[in-house]
Write a protein that binds this ligand. Structure first.
Ligand code: MG
Length: 469
């Protein structure tokens, strides 16, 4: 063995990476982001020990959000505009390079637990897209179809690419616990190899099914109960990493896929001070309560307000692993590890684009957000009078995060600059004739993962590709 030169620092170990991705949890649903109705002591502890990211963006709906996280691309670039229902012929193109594939290239063990939702055909499942193993419900928990065998509305629970069980509504109340146990088993069995765990909870998407230990315990109904169970699950993961003495070698990121589903009333969450919810490009639809924990590396109690998002997780994870990405295919995300490590407060991306399906609706740079089309309030709710009309609207998010006061008339030069950026991105990947969009995956003869019979009970999101516009 050749000794290292004395002046040469030892190579940094590849950190483990855990991404905890909640479904339909709003910006105001956890303690560190202002929630008081439900208690989230583990997330409070995580924020005290790590970094809150207060301008961290996902996408307006589930499938798009997951595709963005997995590929580092805006949904339109990879032809993922909306939500996939069971048996959809389209899915995330296997030709795309997922974060799991990139981590495998860098020597990582990879595991996906929970909601997949970028296609349920064999070609599109996690084990074909870079994950060594998979355990979870592969789409939304409200996408039940009637089992031909039992006659009950159910969703499938997969182990790798095989249906292990069919879950009725009642069985969904065990899902957080089962996912958590699976995650802890994975962590305990990791050995010396670095790992990447993508933990995408089924919670807190409707139907709301908290476990027995949490049902009726919060001060915010069953929605609050399920948030508290997710908080417990996150605490179990963090505690287990510490027990295994892996905490200082593991980056844990907690975030959500889209804003709260406001029309669900008490079964929907809260966007806190933000306007709008799931399905919209108002901040409440896409800005997520995000925490990063990495003891000894990320400064405890720190806050980052720079623009970042799920599209940045792939390049960030690759950079932390010591890897490099090829020049092509193009991705939209950037390495945000300098933000996480406190080396800068400037976003490496600077500009964030807000798409709804294939339409670019807004663009943000620094505090300025320009909306270039009318924006609906949330899925199932339309456009309010102050957001209608064709004139672009400008908001200063530093001064008013709730997006009520249009200041376009006072800042024509900013409107012109942001409108030009929006037009350029729209021409590249938005609208009907984009210059640089890549195709979706597609199969000729899609089928459901289990035999269905009779008239199934489908959820609001089911079967639409793209979804409601
Ligand atoms: Mg969602």
């Amino acid at each position: 063995m050749v000794p290292l030169h004395a002046a040469e620092p030892a190579p940094a170990a590849k950190p483990n990476i855990v991404i905890i991705f909640i479904d339909d949890m709003g910006y105001g649903d956890i303690g560190p982001f202002g929630a008081t109705a439900q208690k989230t002591p583990n997330l409070d502890r995580m924020a005290l020990g790590g970094m809150k990211l207060t301008s961290f963006y996902a996408a307006p709906v589930c499938s798009v959000s997951r595709a963005q996280l997995l590929t580092g691309c805006y949904g339109p670039r990879i032809s993922v505009p909306g939500v996939y229902g069971p048996g959809s012929k389209q899915g995330l193109n296997p030709a795309e390079h997922t974060i799991a594939e990139r981590m495998k290239e860098n020597g990582y063990a990879t595991m996906c637990i929970g909601k997949w939702h970028v296609g349920d055909q064999p070609e599109f499942l996690p084990t074909r897209q870079g994950f060594d193993h998979y355990f979870g419900i592969p789409y939304s928990n409200d996408m039940q179809k009637r089992s031909a065998e039992s006659g009950k509305p159910v969703v499938p629970l997969l182990r790798d690419d095989k249906v292990e069980e069919l879950l009725d509504d009642e069985a969904q109340s065990l899902i957080v616990e089962r996912y958590t146990n699976e995650a802890l088993d994975f962590l305990r069995g990791a050995g010396d190899k670095p790992f990447f765990l993508y933990m995408a909870h089924t919670a807190v998407h409707t139907p709301i099914r908290p476990g027995a230990a949490f049902a009726g315990k919060s001060a915010n109904g069953r929605f609050g109960d399920w948030v508290e169970e997710v908080d417990w699950s996150t605490g179990r993961i963090i505690d287990t990493l510490r027990e295994l003495k892996l905490d200082s070698r593991t980056l844990v990121i907690f975030t959500s896929d889209n804003g709260p589903w406001l029309i669900k009333g008490t079964d929907g969450g809260s966007a806190g001070p933000l306007r709008g919810g799931k399905g919209s490009t108002w901040e409440g639809g896409v800005r997520e309560p995000t925490i990063a924990l990495w003891p000894g590396t990320i400064a405890p109690g720190s806050v980052c307000d720079a623009v970042a998002g799920t599209i940045d997780l792939l390049p960030t994870a690759v950079a932390l692993a010591g890897g490099t990405l090829p020049d092509g295919p193009v991705i939209d995300g950037r390495d945000i590890s300098p933000l996480l490590l406190g080396k800068t407060t400037q976003s490496p991306r600077g500009t964030h684009y807000y798409f709804r399906a294939y339409d670019l609706e807004a663009v943000r740079q620094g505090p300025w957000k320009l909306a270039v089309v009318p924006q609906n309030e949330t899925m199932g709710r339309g456009v309010l009078p102050d957001a209608s009309g064709t004139a672009p609207r400008l908001y200063n998010l530093d001064e008013e995060v709730g997006e009520r006061t249009n200041v376009a008339a006072a800042h024509p030069e900013i409107v012109t600059k942001l409108a030009a950026l929006a037009a350029k991105m729209e021409a590249e990947i938005g609208g009907k004739e984009p210059a640089a969009r890549r195709p979706a995956g597609e199969v000729a003869k899609p089928t459901t993962l289990y035999p269905v019979g009779g008239k199934g009970r489908a959820g609001k999101e089911s079967g639409k590709t793209p979804p409601e516009k």
